[in-house]
Design a binder for this molecule. Structure first.
Ligand code: UN1
Length: 519
């Protein structure tokens, strides 16, 4: 729908409000059977008195049952034609478009996502389903026939690996959850999905859609609950054939240690944290720069692994740019994520809020807190949610920024234009390598930075978030992840095993027709 039209926008918000009072429940779903057990409430990030629903945690028996079911379903699923698997994903994409209102309402309430972010996420999830369906058709439909000596036939084929465990983050409860699961399914794996604790209700809605689209219930298992309770039991089972994970670098290390105990080396696709920089030089177009800084640092309340954390400004223009950035922050609307006009909603929970507050307190001594938007209070004058106001801090070096600061805080460092090499060294020295922004109108400067920084996604003279599926494959290097990039041409290969078949067809008098039949 065209949300630029105010009538459509009003209708949208009204529908959203109607959906808002539903109580939701998420449960372990093992071959379609709902499990009962200990529950925990999901609280709205924008209002700590609002219960959105409850989650039934997976107990050890549910984990055993999910593994058994996924293992036996793989025997059938691997024989499905790729056209059937892709067909389910095309259907799921259509259903997500049709049910976008429900998905948006849920992720606004549960994840505190703004309407604009949630809508973009549904779009991304739809794109992931269609992109991986098409990729699977390209990769799995026919064997790749490779040239060889006369009388010999060589074919390379891809198959699913087995059970893939998909562990997703709360900051993209629709897109990343669906993206991981869709890739694993498209490649012919069965899936055990372990959603982020904070956004389990949204993940459950996505699982329902995938089942509704024809993915057999035994092929997609759902195990909600705490990572600390589920992780080890699930990851130590020798039947799992791969893990896809998006989240912190520290959690990726824990998963890697669990996988190290397996007899077979288990593929691990990890998309982890970032320490993302933007480098502007004196030639940067100031208004464009400021617009891109604001979007990159504060969109989604800074809760993106791609978000801008540190802006390098040349001494010559830094004062002017800082003044413009402060002015632009004052235009941001922080508030109820269910209001279409809101730019910045709450952060995910109280613990996240407290971490950000502590960081700013620390920076009051070790840096210079230049500006912070006044605290958000709702219409009743109450401060009920996990709201953290966009903040701008100047620092001298990265000593106090060893960890990813996951929220709407932007740091500025001034540099001397003659010292661009030191800036590049600083970026590389973090060991992270996710996103980087460059703002310059000098091609040689752009080339130099681009060639020397070790990051996965570089954005030149634009914002540095919101990678588009199939157009801007997304993922980092170093501490930021293993690759391959999500939404890119190599992603599905990591979810598959390869088999080369070399056939000495001359031995039995030429091609017997068996290969043709095999196609
Ligand atoms: C994340 O925040 O966990 O490009 C990764 C982007 C998104 C980032 C997703 N694809 O902004």
């Amino acid at each position: 729908c065209n949300l630029a039209d105010s009538r459509v926008r009003r209708q949208f918000q009204q529908n959203l409000a109607e959906l808002a009072y539903k109580q939701h429940q998420a449960v372990p779903l093992i071959s379609g059977t709902a499990y009962t057990g200990r529950t925990q409430a999901i609280i709205a990030p924008y209002d700590r008195s609002e219960v959105v629903g409850e989650v039934v945690n997976s107990n050890p028996q549910a984990i055993v049952d999910a593994l058994d079911a996924a293992a036996s379903a793989f025997n059938d699923w691997r024989l499905y034609l790729v056209e059937q698997r892709a067909g389910c994903l095309f259907k799921a994409a259509d259903l997500m478009e049709q049910q976008r209102m429900e998905l948006v309402a849920l992720s606004v309430r549960e994840g505190g996502r703004t309407i604009k972010d949630a809508l973009a996420e549904v779009r991304e999830a739809v794109d992931f389903c269609r992109y991986y369906a098409v990729s699977a058709l390209e990769l799995f439909r026919y064997p790749i026939n490779l040239p060889g000596p006369t009388g010999e036939e060589n074919n390379l084929r891809y198959y699913g690996r087995g059970i893939f465990v998909c562990i997703s983050p709360w900051n993209f409860p629709i897109a990343i959850f669906v993206g991981q699961v869709a890739a694993a399914l498209a490649a012919g794996n069965t899936v055990i999905a372990k959603p982020a604790e904070s956004t389990t209700l949204t993940a459950m809605a996505c699982v329902r859609i995938l089942h509704q689209a024809g993915i057999p219930e035994s092929v997609l298992q759902f195990l909600p609950g705490k990572g600390s309770e589920i992780g080890s039991q699930l990851l130590q089972d020798s039947r799992i054939a791969g893990v896809a994970f998006t989240g912190s670098t520290a959690t990726a290390h824990r998963i890697n240690r669990e996988l190290a105990g397996h007899p077979v080396i288990v593929p691990f696709v990890a998309e982890t944290g970032g320490q993302n920089f933007m480098i502007a030089d004196t030639s940067a177009h100031k208004e464009q720069l400021v617009q891109d800084v604001i979007l990159s640092a504060f969109n989604s309340a800074g809760q993106r692994c791609s978000a801008l954390r540190v802006l390098f400004l040349p001494e010559e223009t830094a004062d002017k740019i800082v003044e413009l950035v402060v002015g632009a922050i004052q235009q941001l609307r922080i508030g109820n994520p269910g209001d279409y006009a809101t730019d910045i909603g709450p952060v995910i929970n109280r613990a996240a809020l407290e971490r950000l507050e502590q960081h700013v307190e620390h920076m009051r001594t070790h840096g210079n807190v230049i500006f912070q938007l006044p605290p958000f209070v709702d219409a009743t004058g109450c401060y009920k949610g996990n709201y953290f106001s966009p903040t701008l801090i100047e620092i001298n070096d990265l000593k106090y920024l060893q960890e990813e600061v996951f929220g709407p805080i932007l740091h500025v460092i001034r540099y001397s234009s003659s010292n661009l090499d030191a800036v590049i060294d600083t970026v590389n020295a973090t060991g992270y390598g996710l996103t980087l922004g460059i703002h310059s109108r000098i091609q040689s400067t752009i080339n130099k930075i681009q060639q020397q920084v070790r990051v996965g996604n570089i954005y030149i003279n634009r914002n540095m978030i919101g990678a588009v599926v199939g157009v801007q494959p997304f993922g980092g290097m170093g501490l930021s992840g293993t690759g391959p990039k999500a939404g890119g041409p190599d992603y599905l290969r990591r979810f598959a095993v390869e088999q080369t078949v070399t056939n000495n067809i001359a031995a039995i008098g030429g091609n017997t027709g068996l290969l043709a039949q095999d196609l």
